[in-house]
Design a protein around this ligand. Structure first.
Ligand SMILES: Nc1nc2c(ncn2[C@@H]2O[C@H](COP(=O)(O)OP(=O)(O)OP(=O)(O)O)[C@@H](O)[C@H]2O)c(=O)[nH]1
Ligand SMILES: [Mg+2]
Length: 321
């Protein structure tokens, strides 16, 4: 039986490929409008199908340029693509920025591509949650592949692992600083390393350094991260980049890791969401409950330490349920 009849109108419109409906619900998600909740809920069973490929890496390494070329490549293969860019300076935000930096050659009438940029305001966790939700909406809308670009800040970069099925870490030649970043955690999340700007000197050396680093590490899932070299000016290595991404996607299926990783990501999401709910709840109780106000007074008077008070707050909160 087709479930269409019970779906909210906006959810049905998204499933039917209505791009305006998609754009509207994405905005609601971005603004944390509760109106998006029933739609996300209704669409959830229709998601989990499209590969979500995340692009992380320091500022200005060419993430947007690479995504732009990959979109072209995927369209040539007749694959439809949704793109989420979490970056205030992203060319995907359109307008003048786009003209200055990266030009899109595809016509605006191509309904096989959907670009959406999101402001990176708020906490990194919130950005990751919204990105995950938007990627899911694009998946439900039927896009074959979803590409996600993150801002070049450490924390959000790491969160991509909890959103994407394949994470690409983009770097540039002269890895001095970047190697430090790797040590700080990027190395853990990379399924594919992409050394971009290979038109600049030092790309071969950078690739060799990375290969050496990769060979030293033991990956969590049994996948040895691939190292590819690309340039967007002129385009070079884009096909290899896509093949590396696809190889990792195939590995996920062949090894059974896709399910395990999906489960891990959902566990992270569940805990994040529960933390948010519990946090709201506790804040409210602390505000309203006179006994809790007294407890807070005692903390302020240094009679009770915050850790002890926190466990009392939590106990009282769960006792009342
Ligand atoms: N020489 C050279 N320049 C490149 C290459 N790819 C991108 N650039 C330039 O690098 C700059 C940054 O490119 P973007 O694609 O905006 O990089 P980004 O990683 O998305 O940047 P942020 O989103 O701001 O972190 C632009 O001026 C690009 O033209 C490349 O392969 N070679
Ligand atoms: Mg960018």
């Amino acid at each position: 039986m087709r479930q269409g009849a019970e779906l909210p109108a906006a959810a049905r419109a998204i499933l039917d490929g209505d791009r305006r409906a998609l754009a509207k619900v994405i905005s609601q998600v971005e603004n944390r409008d509760p109106a998006a909740e029933p739609i996300s809920r209704a669409l959830f069973p229709r998601t989990g199908r499209a590969p979500v490929v995340g692009f992380a890496g320091p500022l200005g390494v060419g993430k947007s340029s690479l995504i732009n070329l990959l979109v072209g490549r995927l369209r040539a293969l007749d694959r439809t693509v949704g793109v989420v860019a979490v970056d205030p300076s992203s060319p995907f935000s359109g307008g003048s920025v786009l003209g200055d930096r990266i030009r899109f050659e595809r016509s605006a009438s191509d309904t096989g591509v959907f670009f959406r940029s999101m402001a990176s305001r708020g906490e990194p966790g919130g950005v990751a949650a919204a990105t995950r939700e938007v990627a899911r909406l694009m998946d439900a809308a039927g896009f074959d592949v979803v590409l996600v670009e993150t801002v070049g800040s450490g924390q959000v970069d790491l969160a991509i692992r909890d959103v994407a099925s394949t994470s690409v870490v983009v770097l540039v030649p002269h890895l001095g600083d970047e190697v430090q970043t790797l040590k700080a955690g990027l190395f853990e999340i990379a399924d594919v390393f992409c050394v971009n700007k290979s038109d600049l000197p030092g790309a071969d050396l950078a690739q060799r350094d990375l290969r050496e680093l990769v060979s030293l590490g033991v990956s969590r899932t049994g996948w040895a991260p691939t190292v590819v070299t690309t340039s967007t000016q002129p385009p070079r290595g884009i096909e290899e980049l896509w093949q590396a991404i696809e190889a990792h996607e195939r590995f996920l299926d062949a090894s059974g890791q896709r399910r395990a990783e999906e489960r891990r990501r959902l566990a992270v999401e569940l805990v994040e969401r529960a933390q948010e709910l519990v946090g709201h709840d506790l804040t409210e109780r602390l505000d309203r409950d006179p006994a809790m106000q007294t407890l807070l007074d005692r903390v302020a008077a240094r009679a009770v330490d915050p850790q002890t008070a926190a466990s009392r707050l939590r106990r009282r909160s769960s006792a009342r349920r």
